[in-house]
Design a protein around this ligand. Structure first.
Ligand code: FES
Ligand SMILES: [Fe+2]
Length: 370
């Protein structure tokens, strides 16, 4: 799991002024909207005696810890200590607070300590700003590591086997050569897939007739997600973005949006939602059993082919970020922070001051690797 990326915390419509617990990167957070409507995200661990802030109360624009009533504002600073009202509040009396942005109907939080100018850009998803695209949304929970889930979303060789009854075609399992275009934060491939013809796309597919669908799978890593655009010969388009958020090392929550330029009646929304969830369920049946649970450290421990090129482009970039020191050290986390010590993903404010009670989450020491 990586710090210093943008992660979807909730759909914007689900965040109100009430306190909402969220688990991301194995850590507890509390989210809420302040009176100006701005989304706030704080570490959920009170620095006094470890109370869970999300179980407390919202008082004005602050969060009151349920244990001794300390109040923390939206920037994470303690603003009241009820037991000692005349005391000057200690500098260390604060919790990490994270930058947020609202875009595409989602609230994204930057879980890291980079100053604003160094943060990667949010993914750009133009179709979500096109009023002619009808959009449905949902979420899916995986018992699988986020990197396995995101690689699965870039993998088209599995469709005939895992999705043979839905969008895969067992009679056409071959993947023609394709190129990958990638830069620092995104990658995309373009391939031509032969698909069984369907009437209206929702009806039964034909056993003999096939159409060519221009298929553009891709990823954004700055806010880890996979994207897919399908261009049908009659001009119809389908778009999907799936933001894959690590709940912890073994669980991933996917927030997804699916757009279509045809059959835009809202009465059909449920069928599009159901078809997308069916595909995720088919993927999950395989993904929950892959071994090792995480992508291996070494390329030598798997056999990769040209048809895996998009996943490889992503994996290389993830490895680069790990070498930059952004990788959470899960082994040390389990060993040293187990029941005796809390930690937090460091927020940008930690670069301004060293007065923090709770330790930053351990990161894989890149200097130790040869
Ligand atoms: S533990 Fe939060 S106020 Fe004491
Ligand atoms: Fe799949």
């Amino acid at each position: 799991m990586l710090k210093n990326l943008w992660y979807v915390i909730l759909p914007a419509a689900q965040l109100t002024d009430a306190l909402r617990p969220v688990r991301l990167l194995g850590q507890p957070f509390v989210a809420f909207r302040d009176s100006s409507g701005k989304a706030r995200l704080l570490s959920d661990v009170c620095v006094h005696r470890g109370g869970s802030l999300s179980a407390g109360a919202k008082v004005g624009d602050s969060v009151q810890c349920p244990y001794h009533g300390w109040r923390f504002d939206g920037d994470g600073r303690c603003v009241e200590i009820p037991a000692q009202p005349t005391l000057r509040i200690p500098a260390k009396a604060r919790v990490d607070a994270y930058p947020t942005q609202e875009r595409y109907g989602w609230i994204w939080a930057f879980l890291g300590d980079l100053p604003e100018a160094e943060r990667p850009p949010l993914p750009t998803l133009d179709w979500l700003e096109n009023p002619d695209v009808r959009v449905v949304s949902g979420h899916f929970d995986w018992q699988a590591n986020w990197e396995r889930v995101i690689e699965n979303g870039l993998d088209f060789a599995h469709a005939p086997f895992v999705h043979g009854n839905t969008f895969g075609d067992p009679a056409q399992p071959q993947i023609d050569a394709f190129d990958v275009a990638s830069d620092d934060w995104q990658g995309q491939a373009r391939m031509l897939m032969k698909r069984p013809r369907r009437s209206g796309l929702l009806r039964r597919k034909s056993a003999t007739e096939r159409i060519s669908v221009v298929t553009l799978p891709g990823y954004h890593l700055s806010g880890p997600c996979t994207t897919l655009e399908l261009q049908l010969p009659n001009g119809w388009r389908i778009y999907i973005v799936a933001a894959h958020v690590p709940v912890d090392a073994h669980h991933t929550r996917t927030w997804w949006l699916m757009g279509r330029t045809f059959l835009r009646s809202r009465w059909l929304d449920r069928r599009f939602v159901a078809s997308n969830l069916k595909i995720f369920r088919e993927d999950h049946a395989v993904l929950k059993n892959v071994r090792p649970e995480r992508v291996p450290d070494s390329w030598q421990q798997e056999v990769s082919l040209k048809s895996d090129a998009l996943q490889i482009a992503l994996r290389q970039r993830v490895r680069e970020l790990e070498r930059q020191g952004w990788q959470i050290d899960e082994a040390r986390l389990a060993r040293d922070f187990n029941g005796r010590k809390a930690c937090a993903i460091p927020c940008p404010e930690r670069r301004q001051s060293s007065a923090w009670a709770i330790e930053p989450i351990p990161l894989v020491d890149v200097t130790a690797e040869g």
